[in-house]
Design a binder for this molecule. Structure first.
Ligand code: ZN
Ligand code: ZN
Length: 70
């Protein structure tokens, strides 16, 4: 598998969009696994720090509604 941006072998895959990325093009970003409502109706999120990120795609900070798939 080659990097999406250059011809180097990919080191990983962007957690957000799935593009293959080499070490030169690897960025990191916290990745929200899930959001839930805790005690007292306080929204909480479980986050993985330093998830692989391609630096190009635009992850939304909140889950977005996708009514068209239903
Ligand atoms: Zn690259
Ligand atoms: Zn990406």
């Amino acid at each position: 598998m080659k990097c999406f941006f250059c011809e180097k072998p990919a080191r990983g895959v962007c957690r957000f969009c799935g593009r293959a990325i080499c070490e030169d093009h690897t960025h990191t970003m916290p990745y929200i696994i899930t959001v839930y409502v805790g005690e007292g109706n306080t929204p909480k999120s479980i986050v993985v720090g330093d998830a692989l990120y391609c630096g190009t795609c635009k992850p939304q900070p909140e889950p977005i509604e996708m009514p068209e798939i239903y």
